[in-house]
Structure formats: C-alpha cells, structure tokens
Design a protein around this ligand. Structure first.
Ligand code: B12
Ligand code: SF4
Length: 428
C-alpha cells in the first residue's frame, strides 16, 4: 500500500464486547514487532473505550493500516468496526487477524469487509504488509488467492509483547482470586492434539512451539520491575502438553523469579499431571489450576477424543489442594451423547469430585473444531436451564460459597465480586 510510505501509523483494534478484561496479548505482540520495524502504533480496546472514542480517533489521525482481531463469535461486531474505519478512512488498509481470520479467511474478507486476512501468527505478516510487501506469508487477499496458516517457528526471535500500546494498569482488576496487579503471558503456542471441541490444532497446523524457560523468566522479571506486576496468567492453549518441559519451566520460575503468583485458567487434561509436576507448580507460585474435563460420560469423551482417568484426576486434584493450589473443573454440555438423565447423573458426580470450582459451558460449534456435529441433542434453553440449576446447587453449598467469597476478598466486596462473576457465567 502506497499510503504506508507517507503515513506510517498503524491502529490495532480489539473489537470485543466481552466483560472479561483479559490483556490483549496478541495485539501487544503485533505492536512490539511493528514498533521494532519503525511503525507508530496506536491501540484501542473497545471493551474499555467507547465506539465514539474510536470515531474521534479516526477523525483526527490518519492510519495506513487498521488491524482488527476477529474471534468467530464476534464477526458482526468486527464488521461494524470495519465499516466505520472504511467510512472515515477510505485509504486505510483494513487487515483482519486472529482466530476467525485464520480459520475462515474468505468469510472474513466477505463479511467483515477487510482488505486482507492474516492466517496464524500475525507479527511477521503485518510488519511485511506495513513495509509494502505485496505477498507476505499467511495473507489472503480479495483476489481469491489463498495462503497457508503462518506459524512462527522460533518463538525466541519474537520481541516480548509491547506493554505500552495497551497500558497495563487498565487491565488490573478485582477477580475471583482478589485484586493484585497481574497480567497475561504465554510460554508456548499451539497444540498437537485434536480434541473435538477445540480449534487449537487448526489454528497452528498442529505445530506446538515452546519458548526457552529463561526467556519466560526474563519476561516475568521485567513485568515485575517495569510494571509492578505480581501475578501472571498463562494463557497458553497447552502449557503442560510436554510435562517434563513444563516442570523445567516451573522450576526455573521458582529459582529465578520467586514470589510470583501464577494462575493457569486454560483446562489441562489431568492425565498430563502428576505429583512431581504439581510440586514444581506449587514451588513456582501456582495458586489456581483448571482441568479441562468436559464430560464424565465415556461415549462423549470418546466422541471428542478427550479421555482421562477419573481415579487419577481425584488423586492429582487432592494433591493440588494439599499444595495450596485451588482447582476448577471445566465441563461442556450439549455434546452428542448428552441426555437429560445423563446430565443429572453427571451433575451429581461432579459435586462429589474434590474440586474447588466447576464451570459449565454449552458447546458451540465453531470453525476448525474436529467435532462438527450438525445438531444439538438437547434444546439450547434446556441446556441453559440445566446449567443454571447446576450452579445453584453446586455453589449453594455453604462451605463452597464461603470459600469462594473469602477468596474474592471476603465480606460484602467479596460477595459483590462473586455475584458479578455468576451473572457473567450464566450469560455465556
Ligand atoms: C484470553 C482468551 C479469551 C478471553 C478474551 C477473549 C478476547 N476477546 O480477547 C475470554 C475468556 C473472554 C475468552 C472467551 C472465549 N473464547 Co477464548 N481464548 C483466549 C485465549 C486463552 C488466549 C488468547 C491469547 O491471548 N492468545 C495469545 C496470543 C499471542 O495469540 P492470539 O491472540 O491468537 O494472537 C495472535 C494471532 O491470532 C494473530 N492476531 C490476533 N489478532 C490479530 C489482529 C491482526 C490485525 C493480525 C494481523 C493478527 C492478529 O497474531 C497474534 C500474534 O501472533 C485463546 C487461546 C490461545 N492460547 O490463544 C482462547 C481462544 C481465542 N478462545 C476461543 C473460544 C472458543 C472462546 C469462547 C467462544 C469460549 C466459549 N465457548 O464461550 C469465548 C468467546 C468470548 C467472546 N468474546 O465472544 C478460541 C477461539 C475460537 C474462535 N474460532 O474464535 C481460542 C483460540 C481457544 C481455542 N483453542 O479454541 N477467550
Ligand atoms: S483442548 Fe487443549 S489439548 Fe485439546 S486440542 Fe485444544 S489445546 Fe490441545
């Protein structure tokens, strides 16, 4: 694009309306890479700022590129943002990236109205677009030519995410684990597995990559020194898929960044864990860990290719508890073999598991998931009603509710935090 020569600015947009204010890590990685290439970068997160603020920005400052992160659940929203950019800055190149651009690039070009869709890791492709390269890897244009998902092999060659484009303090908030300054980071990208409900494999062509543990530690140390961060949230899809590497990572963190608090919110298959790995996690400061259990029904587990040993789960969950790590189980309903009776018996079994929290989602079919089941076995409203009933019973138990409120700070503020979280969970 010629406009990059006389106007080097890039605008990165998080269009989401989700109330879950996670740090926009993907865009922060792009910002770091673009700045190193010489671009001036602005960021706007529409979970925090209003559409009017974006409009004002577009009226006052020209951009060569407007990059929008597109999730499959937010295509319509991304389209309305792209239309605003097109109306106010017709010369800007509108670039869509993120999960939906990776999984369905032609649909993104058509429905979002972008000029280019970037498939896969975006750092190199967007920097090349900015410098005027006509055919960067991973880039699909409107002329119909396709491109493979671009996977960055050497994660060590990437700069740390830029933490100034999206100022860190705006994302520190009260959560259900209390309010310390914490932020997101990742130590790996991708996954080799193909669980039926997950698009991780399609997003990275099955290429799992790890960073050097020392580089991860260095990033944590810088986050502490430069931003006062005390807690990190690992947002990796599959942080412990290589358990011995993960153990080494936690041991390095314990040794070189002691005092860090770590949350692991993305569901792990319990079969990957053992006492040694949990000890290493506890030593590094892990205080919360989620298990991706999905279903206790064997037929469903096989349908989504996600089996695990129930006795082993109970052992590792109890060990985690002994080591001061709180555990959550994630469950999916609306899977092929769910029936009303089957769900009721699963609910009773979940209540007996030695977990601190349980989180139930209704399965949504999205592109790139191996399980492309055409219809739900039960109506959406019945599944949502089941979920509401499950939560009431599970968290209605006084001991569980009390522990939850305590963890969120106790008293009225703790209760208010939990009530807010509950409303959020019930909406999804
Ligand atoms: C944090 C997170 C969330 C947060 C925040 C979401 C948000 N709006 O940002 C919360 C908890 C709210 C969430 C919710 C959901 N999530 Co989520 N989430 C993640 C998670 C764990 C981390 C994202 C991250 O920071 N990644 C690290 C960075 C470095 O990677 P990245 O964001 O992908 O960015 C890179 C590329 O994608 C690309 N890129 C990204 N943006 C752009 C923009 C441009 C212009 C360009 C060129 C490139 C580019 O370049 C970046 C650097 O290489 C990912 C899994 C993962 N590890 O990625 C799932 C993931 C994104 N979520 C997913 C899903 C399924 C969901 C839910 C639908 C789950 C559900 N059933 O409710 C909901 C939807 C919520 C909604 N808003 O509609 C899927 C994506 C599905 C899809 N097709 O869109 C993922 C990939 C998990 C998976 N493996 O299936 N999620
Ligand atoms: S659910 Fe986890 S293990 Fe399964 S494919 Fe997705 S990231 Fe990999």
């Amino acid at each position: 694009m010629d406009s990059t020569r006389d106007n080097p600015s890039v605008l990165l947009i998080e269009p989401g309306k989700s109330r879950d204010l996670t740090y926009p890590l993907g865009l922060a990685y792009l910002a770091g890479h673009l700045r190193r290439a010489g671009a001036t970068v602005h960021g706007i997160d529409l979970r925090i700022e209003s559409d009017a603020a974006l409009e004002r920005l577009l009226k006052t400052q020209p951009f060569a590129i407007a990059g929008i992160r597109v999730m499959s659940t937010e295509v319509r929203r991304a389209a309305s943002i792209a239309a605003l950019v097109r109306r106010l800055q017709p010369r800007a190149l509108i670039v869509a990236g993120g999960p939906h651009a990776t999984l369905a690039p032609h649909e993104v070009l058509a429905r979002v109205g972008a000029d280019a869709a970037v498939r896969g890791d975006g750092e190199l492709p967007i920097a090349k677009l900015w410098s005027g390269d006509a055919a960067p890897p991973g880039v699909v244009r409107r002329d119909g030519r396709s491109a493979e998902v671009y996977v960055h092999d050497d994660l060590g060659a990437l700069d740390f995410p830029d933490r100034t484009t999206f100022p860190m303090h705006r994302y520190y908030r009260q959560g259900s684990y209390g309010g310390i300054a914490r932020t997101a980071m990742i130590a790996t990208r991708g996954c080799v597995k193909r669980c039926g409900y997950c698009s991780a494999h399609a997003l990275c062509r099955g290429d799992f990559r790890k960073r050097e543990p020392d580089a991860v530690v260095e990033e944590i140390r810088r986050l502490r020194a430069e931003h006062g961060v005390r807690g990190v949230v690992f947002e990796d899809d599959a942080l412990v898929i290589d358990p011995s590497w993960a153990k080494g990572l936690f041991e390095r963190i314990a040794l070189r960044a002691p005092g860090t608090t770590i949350d692991l919110p993305n569901g792990v298959n319990p079969d990957l864990l053992d006492e040694d790995l949990l000890d290493a996690m506890a030593g590094a400061g892990v205080r919360s860990l989620a298990f991706g259990l999905e279903s206790l029904c064997g037929d469903n587990q096989r349908a989504i290719d996600r089996t695990f040993d129930l006795d082993h789960l109970e052992r590792v969950a109890r060990h985690a508890r002994r080591r001061g790590i709180s555990t959550t189980g994630y469950f999916l309903i609306g899977l092929p073999h769910d029936t009303p009776l089957g769900l009721l018996s699963q609910a009773a079994a979940i209540r007996r598991l030695p977990l601190d929290l349980a989180h139930v989602s209704v399965y949504r079919r999205l592109p790139g998931q191996p399980l492309q089941q055409a219809h739900r076995p039960m109506a959406w409203t019945a599944l949502r009603a089941f979920r509401a009933g499950f939560y009431l019973q599970y968290y209605g138990e006084p001991a569980r509710l009390g522990a939850l409120v305590d963890r969120a700070g106790g008293g009225l503020p703790g209760m208010a935090t939990i009530a807010r979280r509950a409303a959020q969970w019930l909406r999804w």
